[in-house]
Design a protein around this ligand. Structure first.
Ligand code: FES
Length: 295
């Protein structure tokens, strides 16, 4: 049985350690995650998601588990867990409803959506409904400005929202009705389920729904039609001057394939362009050196 922090009576403190059965199950999962990294401590971020998938937040038991698994102190784990807003410090709702109030979404209606939701649920930022279903929070840009204003439910997109549509969404979530992402799965998963995916255990839904649409591709299509290309890298004389109209259509418009490794427009194995710059080879040498010092 896991630590049921969301069901704790008022004032009760969550357990500081998992029971043996839960610990053994999490340890088996953690071993798979840790094996993906050259150094165990590098697995801390996914392990924090793993304990969130168990408890619905980063609980004291979760912090102790991560610390013991990765040979870190509880203070080191807490320092990381409190830095990122995706890690919750108290029991989270089954659905995190994030309203983008970054500049573009805000002026396109994000601020109005936030006001409406906040008033409808009588909640402030990072607060949860009494039934434990919905947590609302203001979020920063989710790189979905082409569909502004955007609302995220457990980090799945709901595009082109209105105050009314956002209210309908939270009412459905609280009623236990399925809510579909506009560019994702047909049924948005719970916070714990999504946390497990973020820990590195796929649920097979990643390819459900479209990832982009006409709005996403509009800039690329316009550039191709107008013959526009990206600015050249410093020292790359082969690239055209982006400040002047291109004489011909860009290579992509003629059906060219991806740039070759090490060639123009390829970032892999790019030669350093300044003393402060470093190549992939240099970075690999530095990483090997760092690892040698630590071992
Ligand atoms: S400003 Fe909202 S997604 Fe970019």
């Amino acid at each position: 049985m896991s630590v049921e922090n969301s069901a704790l009576p008022a004032g009760a403190r969550p357990a500081a350690r998992y029971d043996e059965e839960t610990r053994a199950r999490l340890a088996a999962d953690a071993a798979l995650v840790v094996a993906r990294y050259p150094q165990p401590r590098s697995a801390l971020l996914p392990l924090l998601h793993l304990v969130q998938s168990e408890d619905g937040f980063v609980s004291p038991a979760g912090i102790a588990f991560c610390a013991e698994t990765l040979d870190l102190t509880a203070a080191e784990v807490s320092a990381v867990a409190t830095f990122y807003s995706q890690y919750k410090r108290r029991p989270n709702g089954e659905y995190t409803v994030g309203v983008c109030t970054n500049t573009l979404c805000a002026i396109m209606g994000g601020d109005a959506i936030w006001e409406e939701l906040s008033e409808h649920l009588d909640l402030g930022n990072d607060e949860t409904t009494a039934d434990g279903k919905v947590t609302i929070e203001r979020i920063e840009c989710n790189a979905a400005c082409d569909y502004a204003p955007v609302v995220m439910v457990n980090w799945e997109f709901l595009d082109n929202q209105t105050p009314q549509s956002a209210v309908e969404t939270v009412d459905k979530l609280r009623a236990g009705e399925p809510v579909a992402s506009t560019r994702g799965p047909g049924k948005i998963c719970s916070f714990k389920q999504v946390s497990r995916v973020l820990a590195g255990f796929p649920d097979g839904l990643a390819d459900e729904g479209p990832s982009g649409g006409p709005e996403t591709e509009r800039g690329t299509q316009l550039a191709a039609a107008e013959g526009w290309t990206a600015p050249a890298f410093p020292g790359d004389a082969a690239k055209p001057d982006a400040t002047k109209p291109a004489a011909t259509k860009p290579a992509a418009a003629k059906g060219a394939t991806s740039p070759e490794v090490g060639g123009p427009q390829s970032s892999a194995e790019r030669k350093p362009t300044s003393a402060k710059d470093s190549s992939a080879e240099d970075q690999q040498k530095k990483q090997s050196s760092d690892q040698a010092k630590e071992s």
